[in-house]
Design a protein. Sequence first.
Length: 181
Amino acid sequence: MSSLRHARQPTAKPPQGDTDVILRHWREAVPNDRLAHLVKDAIRALLRALQARLAEHSVSLGHWTFLRILWEKDGFTQRELSEQAGVMEPTTFSALKGMEKLGYVRRQQKPGNRKKMFVFLTPKGRALKDKLVPLAEEVNAVAARGVRAADIATTRATLLAIIENLARDEASSVRARKRAR
């Protein structure tokens, strides 16, 4: 991997020159480099595009992650939200604190459970779904522009297989570590 790639700093909207460098890197310098690096660059580009759109509505990318989960089902504990989002609890705590301050969520105890705090969307937080989901759909449409539907379907199937393979590998590694103790 070239040092240029490590020196790049992610920005909300990269200059076209930076995009040209990245594409030249993948097409010419290392066309057969590791899949993980290519996926990482694709993810960064997708997230930058989404982040720029969310910023127009004063929503951070970190809040987006939790909003998506809560739009499907709210009433999670902080720990459950952390697990769903794949982040550490202190990250979740900070995000929820900010989201509560913005009026997107409220935290409350349920009767009979004074120990755990549960997170619920407010009407303001729920209303964001109609504004923000189309932005994510737009990013996906831009990313898929000019790509055949069959290629998108193949890419989805391939990425799902990769996720499944790595999850199985992780599970077998955990089991092996437990047996070694």
